[in-house]
Design a protein around this ligand. Structure first.
Ligand SMILES: C[S@@+](CC[C@H](N)C(=O)[O-])C[C@H]1O[C@@H](n2cnc3c(N)ncnc32)[C@H](O)[C@@H]1O
Length: 293
């Protein structure tokens, strides 16, 4: 590893160590299982990042030639895995959440798409080096750290795609409430401390001699929910917090929070953020090296 690589690995690791997520959700799977049914109605409904990648791959002529092998790490409800399979690729959708995988299997069946769905933690499973033409990880907290990212690179013989944030999210409107629910129940805002920023993989790849491209995408989502359904969803989510809830009657606090935030009897969940879709050809390093020899 050269000094620039070491520098960016350290910066990324430092940011990841400040993230409060791991402490709050030591078993990541549980928190995604609890919210899987809701994912496509909320944040998952914003498809701009998928359209941007598909357009880019088409323009670059990625689909020319043989059948592509693709690994989607943290595939969720299949935002990328399913459209990539629809383009003719052999896709492996890996996720640690059995509930997310139940949804992706069902959607693949309905669309008659051939997706191999695998359940497990990426950091604990063996994968063959350079076995895929494209390895993608989108908004996956399991990849907000340099080690899993470097491992991800080792599995691709052509492209790597990484979706992270590009800009600090505009603060979610809490419907008039001053404090977010995290602040009320946990005493602080839950962030990834910037370790989900696309600059880390981007700078690391540049330090390694590659030429990544970052395509910025404005993502937004908005959904309305009935009071009782929203309360149930939030309770299921916070039940997966093992330590850290500072309010004794926290279920009551959730009910009060939702009631207070209702607009015309509905709870509005909305968000807006700029994501970065990083695409990097791992073949270009060989070209770059040849040019510098
Ligand atoms: C925010 S969702 C993103 C889903 C999808 N990639 C997308 O862009 O919509 C993050 C997903 O990563 C999965 N995940 C988190 N850590 C993981 C790990 N270490 N191994 C496999 N999957 C993981 C979660 O279960 C969840 O489904």
């Amino acid at each position: 590893m050269n000094r620039r690589e070491e520098f960016w690995v350290k910066c990324w690791r430092d940011a990841a160590e400040k993230s409060l997520y791991r402490e709050t959700f030591p078993e990541e799977r549980k928190c995604w299982d609890a919210t899987a049914d809701y994912y496509d109605a909320g944040m998952g409904s914003s498809n701009e990042r998928v359209d941007v990648l598909l357009g880019y791959l088409k323009r670059q002529g990625f689909w020319n030639g043989s059948k592509k092998q693709i690994l989607d790490i943290g595939s969720g409800t299949g935002a990328f895995a399913l459209p990539l399979a629809a383009c003719g690729a052999a896709v492996t959708a890996l996720d640690c959440s059995p509930e997310m995988n139940r949804i992706v299997r069902q959607k693949a069946r309905e669309k008659d798409l051939n997706v191999k769905v695998q359940t497990g933690d990426f950091n604990r499973l063996p994968f063959e080096t350079r076995a895929y033409d494209l390895v993608i990880g989108s908004m996956n907290p399991g990849l907000y750290h340099p080690e899993p990212f470097l491992r991800m690179l080792s599995l691709s013989r052509d492209l790597v795609v990484y979706v992270g944030i590009c800009d600090t999210p505009v603060k979610k409107k809490d419907n008039g409430s001053c404090k977010s629910l995290d602040e009320i129940l946990l005493g602080h805002t839950l962030t990834h401390s910037g370790s989900n920023h696309v600059q880390y993989p981007c700078q690391l790849l540049k330090a390694m001699g590659y030429r990544p491209v970052v395509l910025p995408v404005q993502c937004q989502w908005r959904c309305e929910e009935e009071e009782a359904l929203e309360v149930g969803r939030l309770i299921r989510h916070y039940e997966t917090v093992e330590t850290g809830i500072i309010v004794k009657n926290w279920r009551e606090a959730i009910r009060a929070y939702v009631k207070d935030a209702l607009q015309d009897g509905r709870f509005i969940n909305e968000g807006k953020t700029v994501m970065g879709v990083l695409v990097c050809s791992l073949k270009s390093e060989e070209t770059a090296m040849e040019m510098t020899v």
